[in-house]
Ligand binder design. Structure first.
Ligand SMILES: Cc1ncc(COP(=O)(O)O)c(C=O)c1O
Length: 400
C-alpha cells in the first residue's frame, strides 16, 4: 500500500476487490503507477487495450475526433457507424451491426434478438441454451445466462428461459433440448474467459452449427473477450470455419474506449425493427472512430499474426518451463488468450506479480490468465515469462 492509494475510497461504491495500486500512465505494453513504479502489462485492461497504451496512431485519431463530434444522437445518421459496421461485416462474413457500449449490453441485445426471433414464430416462452462456467455479464438477464453461482448469488429471482448444458458434449445438448419446441438459440463463448480459459473444441463447434441449422436455432457466439483478433483470427470461432447468426463484441473493439456491438447474419439481421431496441450512447462518433482506427491499425500492423506468434512463444515457453512441476496442470487457450491452470487456488499470484512489476489476473480460482495487448513483442513476452515462471514455481513449491 502506498501513501497515495487509499485502501478503500470513501465515495466510490465498493464493488471490486481491488489490488492496492493506482495506474497513472502507459506506453505500449508498459504502465506506471502514481508512485512511478513500472509494470509490464500482460492483462491489457482484461482484453481491452488491443493497441496497448498511448498508441502513436490511435491517440491522434481520437484527438481529431474530439475536435469534430463526440456524441450526437441516434435520431440522426452517424456515418462512422456505417464505416465500422462495414469493417465488421467484411471481417465476419455477417451482414448487419447494432452498436452499444459494453459486453453485457451487447449480450442483452443478443438475448432480446433470440426472444423476438421466437415470438415472431409464435413461440411465447422462448428458451436459450447456455453453458456451465459461462460468463456473459452482470445485468439481470446476462447474469442469469452466466454459469457461475457466485455471480448470481443475491440477485434472484433470475430471468427464466435458459437451459444449461456442459461444454463440448453434443449428446448432452441433444438430451437437454429433446422434444422442446421452445428452444430458439444456443449462446456461448468460443473460449470461455472468466470461466477459466476453456475452449470449445473445433468439432463441437461444427456439430453445433449443423444442429442449429437442422433445428432452426440461432447460433449466438459471445466473442466479447475472445474476439477482435485476440486468438489470431478476427473472431475465435473462425478457427472452426463456421459463421454464427449473432455475435456480441465489446472489450478490444475500441482499444479502451467503451464500445459494444452485436453483429448479425441474415437469419437475425432484420429481427429488430425501429422501436425494438436502442440506447442513448450506443454508436457515438468517438467510440465508432476508436473501432474504425483499431481495426485499420490492427490490419496495417499485422496484429493478428503477432497474436498468433507471440501467443505461441508464451504458450510454448511457459508450458516447457513448467512441465513436470508438481501442481502445474495445463496451459491452454489460443493466441494471446492464455490460461495456466494450477491444481490449487492461486489468487495470491496477482499481487505477487504486481510486486514483481507484472499485470496478470487469476480467474476461476486456479487459472493464471494472460490477455496482453496484441502489440506485445517477443522481448516483452520473454520478460513476462522471466517474471511469471519463477513466481509460479515458488508458489507451487511453498504449497506442495
Ligand atoms: C465473454 C464475456 N461476455 C461479456 C462480458 C461482459 O462485458 P462487460 O464487462 O463489458 O459488460 C465479459 C466481461 O468480462 C466477457 O468476458
Amino acid at each position: 500500500m502506498t501513501a497515495s492509494t487509499p485502501a478503500t475510497s470513501p465515495h466510490v461504491m465498493n464493488t471490486y476487490g481491488r489490488v492496492p495500486i493506482a495506474l497513472q500512465r502507459g506506453q505500449g505494453c508498459r504502465v506506471w503507477d502514481v508512485n512511478g513504479k513500472e509494470y509490464l502489462d500482460a492483462l491489457g485492461g482484461i482484453a481491452v487495450n488491443t493497441l496497448g497504451h498511448n498508441h502513436a496512431k490511435l491517440v491522434p485519431a481520437l484527438q481529431h475526433q474530439l475536435t469534430q463530434l463526440i456524441h450526437t444522437s441516434n435520431y440522426y445518421h452517424v456515418p462512422l457507424q456505417e464505416q465500422l459496421a462495414q469493417l465488421l461485416v467484411e471481417r465476419s462474413g455477417m451482414s448487419n451491426v447494432f452498436f452499444c457500449n459494453s459486453g453485457l449490453e451487447a449480450n442483452e441485445a443478443a438475448l432480446k434478438i433470440a426472444r423476438k426471433f421466437g415470438h415472431d414464430q409464435g413461440i411465447e416462452k422462448p428458451e436459450v441454451v447456455v453453458y456451465e462456467k459461462a460468463f456473459h455479464g452482470r445485468s439481470i438477464a446476462t447474469l442469469s445466462a452466466t454459469g457461475n453461482p457466485k455471480v448470481q448469488a443475491g440477485f434472484g429471482p433470475l430471468v427464466e428461459g435458459f437451459i444449461r448444458v456442459p461444454q463440448n458434449d453434443i449428446e448432452a445438448l441433444r438430451r437437454a433440448t429433446e422434444g422442446n419446441p421452445n428452444v430458439v438459440a444456443v449462446f456461448f463463448e468460443t473460449i470461455q474467459g472468466e470461466g477459466g480459459v476453456n475452449p470449445m473444441r473445433i468439432e463441437y463447434l461444427q456439430q453445433l452449427r449443423k444442429l442449429c441449422d437442422e433445428r432452426g436455432w440461432l447460433m449466438m457466439i459471445d466473442e466479447v473477450q475472445c474476439g477482435m483478433g485476440r486468438t489470431g483470427k478476427w473472431f475465435a470461432h473462425q478457427w472452426a470455419g463456421i459463421v454464427p447468426d449473432v455475435m456480441p463484441l465489446a472489450k478490444g473493439l475500441g482499444s479502451g474506449v467503451p464500445i459494444g456491438a452485436v453483429v448479425a447474419g441474415p437469419k437475425a439481421a432484420a429481427i429488430f425493427q425501429p422501436g425494438n431496441h436502442g440506447g442513448t450512447f450506443g454508436g457515438n462518433p468517438l467510440a465508432m472512430r476508436a473501432g474504425v482506427e483499431t481495426i485499420r491499425i490492427m490490419e496495417k500492423d499485422g496484429l493478428l499474426e503477432n497474436a498468433t506468434r507471440i501467443g505461441q512463444c508464451l504458450t510454448d515457453g511457459i508450458g516447457q518451463a513448467l512441465a513436470g512441476v508438481q501442481g502445474f496442470k495445463e496451459i491452454r487457450g489460443q493466441g494471446l488468450m492464455i490460461g495456466i491452470e494450477l491444481d490449487r487456488p492461486c489468487g495470491v499470484l496477482m499481487q505477487r506479480a504486481l510486486d514483481a512489476g507484472l499485470l496478470i489476473s487469476v480467474t476461476a480460482d486456479s487459472v493464471v490468465r494472460l490477455l496482453p495487448p496484441l502489440i506485445m513483442t517477443e522481448a516483452e513476452a520473454d520478460e513476462v515469462m522471466a517474471i511469471l515462471v519463477p513466481l509460479i514455481k515458488t508458489f507451487l513449491a511453498e504449497q506442495a
